[in-house]
Design a protein. Structure first.
Length: 303
């Protein structure tokens, strides 16, 4: 007899290589889009922040209300945080006169404070726990602050340290490589490494966007023919990658239950599915009614 402990599915994508690729595309798109509204269109940082804050609230509210993980909705919310983070960081650093370093330190403090409050309230800051509106609220607040921090950090590295956009991108890429080594070859906290990588991919995308967006005289790459001032120019690779980042076919919290792993390995699994394939809508109960689901749903998990 096998019993599945009911656990809500996480509403964030599986953390794979595809996740990080799309994340960098989204941050690059956010940097270009934010600059297009505030600089190219001349609306300024305050109005740009107000516009993207409205988009952000709508996107995150829809994401939190959603009953399950939806790739398009999730990445729309991520892109909204990069757009709002770009204009907000510029507003704090430039319009308010705090400067890149002051803005970076202030935003880093806010990220740490949000993570600390999240941990104090719920006991974990792991993305695996993002299954309820309260956890999602902490998750998206942390993401928003981290995206804004990433913009300020990227500007500080590119402008104040003299590295320029290309040099900054190279340094950040090296640091991300170190994070990857720590992930694969040490037992360091996966949660800590995730948030470190999440923050660092933001300035990486921002510096790449600025390299494409700025003329050579301002430290950009010699790609004047590249239409990077139009956010739509980056939308194709972003959207084409979008639907490769879904959840695992078998939820990870199910695979981690030893009894379920043994059950999935048994030959009776295939025979049970074959026996009931002719009646895909029939309800089946395992473990004395611990969980009931349709054979069609079960077949989606690997039958």
């Amino acid at each position: 007899m096998y019993r599945i402990v009911s656990t809500e599915a996480s509403k964030v994508p599986a953390i794979t290589l595809g996740f990080w690729v799309i994340k960098i595309f989204a941050t690059t798109l956010g940097e270009v889009g934010g600059n297009a509204v505030t600089l190219t269109l001349g609306l300024g940082y305050l109005i740009g922040t107000a516009i993207f804050a409205t988009v952000l609230i709508a996107a995150v509210s829809a994401q939190i209300r959603a009953k399950r993980f939806q790739p398009f909705l999730y990445w729309a919310a991520i892109t909204a945080t990069t757009l709002a983070g770009t204009t907000l960081a510029d507003l704090v650093d430039r319009s308010l006169g705090i400067g890149y370093l002051g803005g970076s330190l202030s935003l880093f403090t806010m990220v740490m404070a949000t993570l600390g409050l999240w941990y104090w309230s719920l006991g974990s800051v792991s993305v695996e726990t993002v299954t309820s509106p309260k956890v999602e609220a902490f998750y998206w607040a942390t993401i928003m602050f981290s995206q804004t921090l990433g913009t300020a950090l990227g500007d500080w590295m590119a402008d104040d340290t003299g590295l320029g956009y290309n040099g900054s991108a190279l340094v950040i890429a090296v640091v991300l490589a170190i994070v990857a080594v720590l992930y694969f070859f040490t037992t360091m906290s996966r949660t800590t490494l995730f948030w470190a990588a999440f923050i660092l991919t933001r300035p990486l995308g921002a510096t790449i966007a600025n390299s494409l967006d700025k003329p050579i005289a301002a430290g950009g790459l010699p790609l004047e023919i590249f239409p990077s001032r139009r956010p739509s120019s980056l939308s194709l690779p972003f959207v084409s990658s979008l639907f490769r980042s879904g959840r695992d076919r078998i939820p990870r919290h199910f695979r981690r239950v030893p009894e379920i792993r043994r059950w999935l390995k048994t030959t009776s699994w295939s025979s049970q599915m074959e026996e009931h394939r002719s009646t895909p809508r029939r309800g089946v109960s395992f473990g004395g009614g611990a969980i009931s689901c349709s054979i069609r749903n079960l077949s989606e998990y690997g039958a």
